[in-house]
Design a protein around this ligand. Structure first.
Ligand SMILES: [Fe+2]
Ligand SMILES: [Fe+2]
Length: 140
């Protein structure tokens, strides 16, 4: 059981790092973007990611772990396509991380939380993908 927790804690700390990485980049990217609707959508995504970070930290504590963040690759991007690609990649990573957490999490209540978070990330992925498709087709 202790080993199970150690693996889940490790994965949840990756999730925490990914959430905080996104939270660091989002305000910088929102400041770069002109489109008011996209600014609003990214702001809403940021609010959800902050909730994810707080829930994930709580899960880590409830498992007897310590929330630790390791922020890498925080370079803000400067054009809309790169900004969207960066966040699309971030959402993909988040889906992967929460999927791996679910693969080792046995606690039903925690599983419910993780599944809800993963669904949020899938919604973000779809929204950003749609926007990126529009940006690419507008340029073509
Ligand atoms: Fe998230
Ligand atoms: Fe997300």
């Amino acid at each position: 059981m202790a080993n199970d927790n150690a693996e889940l804690i490790r994965i949840l700390n990756q999730a925490l790092s990914a959430e905080y990485g996104t939270l660091y980049l989002l305000p910088r990217h929102i400041a770069e973007i002109q489109d008011e609707e996209l600014k609003r959508q990214l702001h809403l995504i940021g609010e959800v990611e902050l909730e994810h970070a707080e829930k994930t930290a709580q899960m880590i504590i409830s498992l007897g772990g310590e929330p630790t963040g390791d922020l890498l690759n925080l370079r803000p991007r400067r054009n809309l396509k790169e900004i969207l690609e960066t966040h699309l990649q971030g959402e993909r990573e988040a889906i992967d991380i929460y999927g791996r957490a679910l693969a080792v999490c046995g606690d039903p209540a925690m599983r419910k939380q993780l599944e809800a978070i993963k669904m949020d990330e899938e919604g973000h992925q779809r929204l950003i993908q749609r926007t990126l498709d529009r940006v690419i087709s507008a340029k073509a």
